[in-house]
Design a protein around this ligand. Sequence first.
Ligand code: ISE
Length: 335
Amino acid sequence: MTEQLRVGVIGTGGMGGRHARNIDAQTPGARLTAVMDIDADRAAEVAEPAGAAVFTDGHDLIGAGSVDAVIIASPDATHAELAAACLDAGKPALVEKPLATDLTGAAGVVEAEAKRGRRLLQVGLMRHYDPQHVAVKEAVDRGDIGRPLMFRGWHRNPPEARPPTSEEVLVNAAVHDIYSARWLLGDEVSEVFVRGTTINPERTDQWDLQLMTLTMAGGAIATVEVNKDSGFGYEVGVEMSGSRGMVSTAPHHTPVIRREGQMRQSVEPDWLERFATAYVIEVQAWVASVLHDRPEGPTAWDGYLTLAAALAGAMSIETGVPVPVETPDRPPIYG
Ligand code: ISE
């Protein structure tokens, strides 16, 4: 591997654009050499400051000689196919979540990586790099709350131009919370039950608010509240109860302004602002792990299991009952 990792970014929407800029400006061991988007103008805008090449086909970027490693941040439904192409080309990739939008696609990627016998993929379940989540994980691991028994997560999204369906919200957004519950409780999901409610009573095909209950294999419980459109901005946090105490993410820390009979505190508008630091730490850790050939962070296996639980949630909405989640035998490359 070269001393400077030459990175190509596929997809230059909000997330891909942010990753590209973080690689270019905040990651000393890496250089942005290629950018792909079907919108060539948007790709050119992101590529220009770094002098990176512009592609309009993801597979061409993956095959390019000027690219050592790839970040996949294209639309969700393209992730699995592009991740498989990176495995075929033997190029490490940071794949945005979800790993796939259907379980067969996710299983195919896991199987292909396991067959290679070596991890090449990291999945963008980036709560793993958020300092506030990491502080909670450290407290749990130190035994500060005793035995962890219950996880509570809240995930309130800003309004979106195209309202996603209930299933899309679970697959695109709740996979983060499912990851957090598994990571912080140190256990796998065995059953999912989802109830929802809607702002517009005439529209019953999409839940605006979903409450997911996860039963973990060892008996712990997790609840996750996912709000499709909070009406006020973006907010994500977690709280854990244990046999000896509780720990939660620290509250938002912007100043509290008192004026004209009111106390006010601003709310972050979206995930790009709330998790700005986490995204930088994530790409820096990924680049270092590739340069030192020491894979770390969320795996394709995590991508598969979080998707399995999210899709069980979608099935639970449809059937109105709890849906079991199977955890297959963990391939040895995932430790
Ligand atoms: C988005 O794609 C993200 O990854 C954010 O972290 C998440 O909060 C949001 O709901 C997703 O749409």
